[in-house]
Design a protein around this ligand. Structure first.
Ligand SMILES: Nc1nc(=O)c2c([nH]1)NC[C@@H]1CN(c3ccc(C(=O)N[C@@H](CCC(=O)O)C(=O)O)cc3)C=[N+]21
Length: 290
């Protein structure tokens, strides 16, 4: 038992949104209105709720947001045509295709069709490549939000051992790259790792993106570690929980993110930050061309 800090992602995300609100107000005086378009295929309840959160947050900071709804059974060609239309629309600075997509649609093909300059999720091959080689890019919002959280509460990762559980394209892989770029020593674990706790117990910073409710108990955590919980799982009793058994693990940490109110709100804040960045980039290149 030691004193630990609950990292208030909700409050820090609010701080980021407040800063963006000021920046958007300044851009509007120059005639630039940042625009985000979200494509939602089907009407899965969880996706509906996430998309609502993104639209609400956009409006709050003054970003124009549009939602394009498409039927669950549309053809891949129809979806690709919609993406291309948005690529060519100068009033759209950010394009987000909500995942997951129905099984008959190849998500990789859809992502690769999004213009890298409007890829505010940071999912396209160009942005992933630029991230890996250390060039400017749109960073995937969840790992970017985690780096921003750590920075804003004064936790340095330099020289520390960060252990990432999960190797998805959206969280685990880009997380490991951003941590390395910030001079952490990074270990990647995943579903086939043998003896997971033997690795996680060595982590100064533990990032749990496993997708299994409350898997991470205190046996997985070194005393004094910083624990970042990326999981969003609906328990049988309806409660939203992370990948970390919070009540048990928290007293062993120096700092820990809760679910809800931790990483989730930061993901959305960074999506807005990327959209504003895109609007500024498009304006710059439009002025230098004309
Ligand atoms: N192209 C694409 N980009 C995404 O960024 C993307 C996606 N597809 N598909 C789904 C996941 C999930 N995701 C979340 C973002 C914020 C919260 C969030 O704000 N959660 C709140 C609670 C929300 C609740 O109560 O349900 C919190 O953790 O406090 C959750 C989930 C973005 N995703």
């Amino acid at each position: 038992m030691m004193s630990y800090r609950i990292i208030d992602g909700k409050a820090i995300a609010q701080q980021v949104r407040d800063e963006l609100k000021d920046e958007v107000a300044r851009l509007k005086k120059q005639g630039i209105v940042p625009g985000l378009t979200v494509i939602l295929v089907g009407n899965h309840p969880a996706s509906e709720s996430y998309v609502r959160g993104k639209m609400r947050a956009s409006e709050e900071v003054g970003i124009r947001s549009d939602l394009i709804r498409m039927n669950e059974d549309i053809s891949p060609q129809e979806l690709l045509a919609e993406v291309r239309k948005l690529n060519d629309d100068p009033s759209v600075h950010g394009i987000l295709v909500q995942l997951p997509l129905p099984r008959h649609i190849d998500a990789n093909q859809v992502i690769a069709t999004i213009s890298p300059e409007k890829d505010v999720d940071g999912f396209t091959p160009v942005n992933v490549g630029n991230l890996v080689i250390g060039q400017d890019a749109f960073y995937p919002c969840t790992p970017y939000g985690i780096m921003e959280l750590l920075k804003r509460i004064g936790i340095s990762v330099e020289g520390k051992h960060a252990v990432v559980i999960g190797r998805s394209n959206i969280v685990g892989k880009p997380m490991s790259i951003l941590l390395q770029r910030a001079n952490a020593t990074v270990t990647m674990c995943h579903s086939r790792t043998i003896d997971l706790p033997s690795y996680t117990k060595q982590a100064d910073i533990l990032i749990a993106a496993v997708g299994r409710a409350e898997l991470i108990t205190s046996e997985y955590v070194k005393p004094g570690a910083v624990v970042i919980d990326v999981g969003i799982n609906r328990r049988e009793d309806g409660k939203l929980v992370g990948d970390v058994l919070f009540a048990e693990v928290a007293p062993h940490c120096s700092a820990i993110t809760p679910v809800p109110g931790g990483v989730g709100p930061m993901t959305i804040a960074m999506l807005l930050k990327n959209t504003v960045k895109s609007a500024k980039m498009h304006h710059r290149s439009a002025s230098s061309n004309g």
